[in-house]
Design a protein around this ligand. Structure first.
Ligand code: IPD
Ligand code: CA
Ligand code: CA
Length: 293
């Protein structure tokens, strides 16, 4: 019988490696009531978003048409999320990108929601966009969900309980050197951000990493760091709804998250740097070097 080539030999039993660890789940995984509420809300909003994403192709005829259509899809998704989350937790506050802040009777809990993160991707038919739902309790993120309806990837995390992708436990990557790392970033564009600073930072980073990426959906960038697909990520000019769920996701996957100065003011300053302990440290020192340049 012909033997498979070297490296293709079937294994009699799986090796005890990282992949195997990631497989420790799950089938019997029991979500908390809180996560069930978030998952149901996200799935409901995603149904319409996915339909709208499919419709977009037909709308490319007029320039204005698709943009208006996307704004409507975005707002509709936020209203669905608001209605579903409020039905389950009537007193909680709600901070959404589209509708702003809506106070609740319960001052200690706030949903922080981006109904469509990666709008530009969505508009251009690029399937890298997500619904992001975070829950803040007394100033601390306690639950997060990031869902990409285009490929049905659902990332969830609860404080102290780990992070999961479609029921599989996820962990940040183990690479220890920035020189081996694939890192994602955000980039300024027309009317937004500081292009001079971004050029300094990307110049420094390009000299230090093995790959630099710009995917265009901050929530998914963080989810991908949590899942070990990306080794690190930094971005400036962000809003709380871009990062609320994702920062918890990374921490629950064993990673480190700070603002770009190494502090804990990601929401206040609107910037973030994430990775495993070693990579995040190197990211911060590269950003510091860039700022001095
Ligand atoms: C944007 C995306 C993008 C990031 C921008 C965000 P939106 O969110 O997360 O990756 O670079 O800064 O505003 O507008 O698509 O929800
Ligand atoms: Ca966003
Ligand atoms: Ca958005």
């Amino acid at each position: 019988m012909p033997q498979p080539k070297n490296g293709c030999r079937p294994r009699s039993r799986p090796a005890l490696d990282g992949a195997c660890l990631r497989g420790q789940t799950a089938r019997a995984m029991h979500h908390s009531a809180l996560l069930n509420v978030m998952i149901a809300a996200a799935r409901k909003a995603a149904r319409a978003l996915k339909r709208d994403f499919g419709e977009l192709e037909k709308l490319q005829v007029s320039l204005k048409g698709p943009a208006n259509f996307v704004t409507a899809a975005d707002c509709r998704a936020e209203e669905t999320l608001h209605a579903e989350l409020m039905k389950a937790r009537p007193g909680y506050g709600f901070l959404g990108e589209e509708g702003g802040r809506r106070e609740g009777a319960d001052k200690s809990h706030t949903w922080i929601v981006d109904p469509l993160d990666g709008t530009t991707n969505f508009l251009h038919g690029i399937p890298q966009f997500a619904i992001s739902i975070g829950l803040e309790r007394e100033g601390t993120m306690v639950a997060g969900l990031i869902y990409n309806p285009a490929n049905d990837e659902m990332f969830i995390a609860e404080r102290g309980k780990g992070a999961f992708l479609n029921e599989q436990r996820i962990r940040v990557a183990g690479r220890k050197r920035l020189a081996d790392a694939v890192v994602a970033c955000g980039l300024p564009h027309i009317g937004r951000g500081d292009p001079v600073l971004a050029r300094k930072e990307t110049n420094v980073m390009q000299e230090r990493v093995t790959g630099l990426r710009r995917f265009g959906a901050a929530a998914l960038d963080l989810a991908w760091v949590a899942a070990g697909r990306l080794d690190g990520y930094w971005e400036r000019d962000l809003k709380p709804w871009d990062i609320a769920a994702g920062l918890l996701m990374v921490r629950e996957a064993g990673g480190f998250v700070t603002d770009c100065d190494g502090g804990d003011e990601m929401f206040g300053k609107g910037h973030i740097a994430a990775g495993n302990e070693a990579i995040q440290k190197e990211l911060l020192s590269a950003l510091k070097a860039a700022n001095k340049a």
